[in-house]
Design a protein around this ligand. Structure first.
Ligand code: HEM
Ligand SMILES: [Cu+2]
Length: 569
C-alpha cells in the first residue's frame, strides 16, 4: 500500500513529484499575493496604515479572496491528491501528458484571472481590451460585472480541476482491474469521493459563468437574473467549502496520526465521513441565501435542517483525529487524562501546524453553527463575523494544515531537508497568535454590527461600545492579528525558498515516510462503503431534489408564465 520504506516519493514517482512541486509552487505564490493584500486591507479598514485608496478597496479584496480560496486552497487540494493517489495505489497516475496538460490549463486560467483583477488598479481604458477590471469579490455574482477575461480564466481553471479528477478516477479504474478484490486505499478513496462531489457541485458555477456571466460581460445578453445566478453560485459555493477542507481531512486522517506517533483510530469511520460529505454537501447551498427575498422561508427551514446534519461528519472527524493523537501520545509515553497532550511533538512544525489547525476548526465549527441557524444568521449576515468564521476554517484549518503537510512532504518531493528550522518551528505559533487575535476580534465586531466588505466601517473619531470591549480595542486586535498572520505567511514562504536553494540533501535511509496501518482497517467495515457508483447516484438524486423544486418554479413563474416578457438576446 505504501511506497517502499526508504524510497522517496520523488524517486519512485518522478513525474508525479514534479507535478506536485509545480502545483505547490504556484499555490504558495498565490498565498503570498493573498497575504500582501490581506495585511493592506486589515490595516486600511482599521485606520492604522492607509497606503491604499478606499476607491481601490474592492480590487484588493477581490485579489485577496480569489487568490486565497480559489487559487491557494484549490491548488492545495490538487497538490495533495496528486501525491496521495499514486502513493496509496502504489502506482503511477499513468498518463504524464494528461497530468501536465491540466496543470498548464489551470495555470493559464490563473494568469488570465490575475491580469483581469490587477487591471482594476489601472484607471481608464486598456488598449484593445477596454475598461478592464474584476472588482467583483470572490463571490463574483451579478450585478457586479467583471471583464470577460476574468470569467474565461476561472472557467479554464475549473475545467482543469475536473480533468484532475479524471486523472485520479482513471488511476483508480486501472488499479481496480489489477486488484479486483482489494479495498480502495483510504487516501485514494478520499481523493475520489472529493472529486466526485466537486464535479457535481461545480456544475452550478460552470452554468452560471458560461451561460450567464460571460455572455453578459461580452454584451451578448443585456441582463441576468441576480437570484438565479446567486443560486447557481451557491450551488457550488457551499460544497466548495468542504472541497477546500478535504486535503486537511486527508492529512488529519492519514498523516497526523503518524506525526503524533500513533495510528489512525478507524478506517471505516473515515470512509463513512467522506460518503456523508459526498451526499450532503451539495444540496444545502441555499443556506447562504437566508436573506434572499426570492426563496420561501419554509424552504429555508428545510435547508437549515439538512445543513445541521453536516455537523455529523465534522464531529466524527474531531473524534477520530483526537483519538488518533491520544493513541500516538500514549505510545510516546504520555499519561493522564489530559497529561498525554504534553507528550505530543509540539516542537515539530509539521505537527503543531496541524494540531493548531484542528483547534481553529473546532472554534470555526461553533461560529458556523450560528451562521447555519436561520434566525441567528439574521444577526450576523454580512457583518465581520462571517470573515471571522471562514478565517478559522479555510483561512486556518486548511491553510495551517497545508503548511504542516508541505513541510512534511518537502523532503519526499525534493530530496532536500528543510532549512531555517528555527523559523519553521515558530511559524505555526505566529499564525496561531495572529489568527486568535484577528478572528476573535472579527467575530466580536460582527456582533456589534460592523459590516464586512467596506473600507470605511465607521466614521473617523467616532467610537462606540461593542458587546464586550469597545471598537478601538477591537480594531487594534484586528490590526495586530493581521500583521502576525502576514509575518507568519512570509516566514513559511522564506523557509520554503531557503530550503529549495540551500536545503541539505537527505539520506533516504535515515527517514521513514511510510504511513502506518489503522488500528481498525477497511476490512472491519462493510463492502458497500466502497460502492462509489451507488453513493454518486444518491448524491445526484439529492441535488435534483434540492435544486429541481426552486428552479422549476422560477421557470414556470417566470419565462413560462402567460404574458411574460420573452427571453431575448
Ligand atoms: C495573511 C493573513 C490574512 C489577513 C491579514 C486577512 C485579512 C482579511 C480581512 C481584514 C478581510 C475582510 C475584509 C472586508 O470584509 O472588508 C478578509 C477577507 C477575506 N479573506 Fe482574509 N486574511 C488573511 C488570510 C486569509 C486566508 C489564509 C484565507 C483563505 C485561505 C483568506 C480568505 C479570505 C476571504 C475569502 C475573504 C473575503 C473576501 C470577500 O469578501 O470577497 N484570508 N481577509
Ligand atoms: Cu455553506
Amino acid at each position: 500500500m505504501a511506497t517502499g520504506q526508504n524510497e522517496l516519493f520523488k524517486d519512485k514517482f518522478p513525474t508525479e513529484a514534479k507535478a506536485v512541486r509545480r502545483i505547490f509552487v504556484v499555490g504558495v505564490i498565490t498565498l503570498g499575493i493573498g497575504a500582501i493584500m490581506g495585511v493592506l486591507q486589515v490595516l486600511h479598514r482599521t485606520d492604522k496604515l492607509r497606503i491604499i485608496s478606499s476607491g481601490d478597496y474592492y480590487t484588493y479584496l477581490t485579489i485577496h479572496g480569489v487568490n486565497m480560496v480559489i487559487f491557494w486552497a484549490i491548488l492545495a487540494i490538487l497538490g495533495t491528491f496528486t501525491w496521495a493517489v499514486p502513493r496509496s495505489l502504489d502506482r503511477s497516475l499513468g498518463n504524464p501528458k494528461f497530468t501536465c496538460g491540466w496543470i498548464r490549463l489551470g495555470l493559464i486560467g490563473i494568469i488570465l484571472a490575475e491580469i483581469a483583477m490587477f487591471a482594476g488598479f489601472i484607471k481608464g481604458d486598456v488598449p484593445i481590451l477596454g475598461n478592464m477590471q474584476a472588482d467583483v469579490l470572490y463571490t463574483f455574482y451579478a450585478p457586479l460585472k467583471a471583464h470577460p477575461i476574468f470569467y474565461i480564466g476561472l472557467a479554464l481553471y475549473v475545467i482543469a480541476s475536473w480533468l484532475a479528477g479524471f486523472d485520479y478516477f482513471t488511476a483508480l479504474w486501472d488499479w481496480k482491474k489489477d486488484n479486483p478484490d482489494e479495498r480502495i486505499p483510504l487516501q485514494t478513496f478520499i481523493a475520489v469521493t472529493t472529486m466526485m462531489f466537486w464535479q457535481l457541485a461545480s456544475l452550478g458555477i460552470a452554468i452560471e459563468v458560461l451561460f450567464f456571466l460571460l455572455p453578459w460581460s461580452l454584451g451578448i445578453i443585456p441582463q441576468v437574473d441576480p437570484l438565479l445566478t446567486r443560486t447557481l453560485f451557491w450551488m457550488t459555493g457551499h460544497p466548495i467549502v468542504y472541497f477546500w477542507l478535504m486535503p486537511a481531512y486527508l492529512a488529519w486522517y492519514t498523516v497526523l496520526p503518524k506525526l503524533s506517533g500513533g495510528r489512525l483510530f478507524s478506517d471505516p469511520l473515515a470512509r463513512v465521513v467522506f460518503i456523508l460529505f459526498l451526499l450532503l454537501s451539495s444540496p444545502v447551498g441555499f443556506h447562504h441565501q437566508y436573506m434572499d427575498p426570492g426563496v420561501p422561508n419554509g424552504f429555508k427551514y428545510v435547508v437549515m435542517s439538512n445543513t445541521m446534519f453536516l455537523l455529523l461528519p465534522s464531529l466524527l472527524t474531531a473524534f477520530t483525529a483526537v483519538a488518533s493523537m491520544e493513541h500516538g501520545a500514549r505510545q510516546r509515553g504520555g499519561t493522564g487524562r489530559l497529561g498525554w497532550l504534553k507528550a505530543l511533538p509540539w516542537e515539530k512544525p509539521q505537527f503543531s501546524a496541524m494540531a493548531f489547525a484542528g483547534l481553529f476548526f473546532a472554534a470555526g465549527g461553533f461560529s458556523g453553527m450560528v451562521n447555519a441557524a436561520l434566525n441567528l444568521n439574521y444577526l450576523v449576515h454580512n457583518t465581520l463575523w462571517v470573515p471571522g468564521h471562514f478565517h478559522l476554517t479555510v483561512g486556518s484549518a486548511v491553510t495551517l494544515t497545508m503548511m504542516g503537510l508541505i513541510y512534511w512532504l518537502f523532503p519526499q518531493l525534493t530530496g532536500k531537508d528543510l532549512s531555517l528550522k528555527g523559523l519553521a518551528m515558530v511559524q505555526p505559533y505566529l499564525w496561531f497568535i495572529g489568527m486568535t487575535f484577528m478572528s476573535n476580534a472579527m467575530h466580536r465586531a460582527g456582533l456589534a454590527g460592523v459590516p464586512r466588505r467596506t473600507a470605511e466601517p465607521t466614521y473617523r473619531l467616532f467610537d462606540f461600545h461593542a458587546v464586550l470591549g469597545n471598537m478601538s480595542e477591537i480594531r487594534w486586535q484586528l490590526a495586530i492579528g493581521g500583521v502576525f498572520l502576514f509575518i507568519s505567511a512570509f516566514a513559511f514562504i522564506a523557509v520554503l525558498v531557503a530550503s529549495v536553494f540551500a536545503g541539505s540533501r537527505i539520506d533516504a535511509a535515515q527517514h521513514d515516510f511510510t504511513i502506518p496501518e489503522p488500528l481498525s482497517g477497511p476490512e472491519d467495515g462493510p463492502l458497500i462503503l466502497d460502492n462509489l457508483k451507488l453513493w454518486g447516484a444518491i448524491a445526484v438524486v439529492l441535488v435534483l431534489l434540492a435544486y429541481g423544486v426552486p428552479l422549476m418554479s422560477w421557470v414556470t413563474d417566470g419565462p413560462l408564465q402567460p404574458g411574460a416578457i420573452p427571453v431575448r438576446p
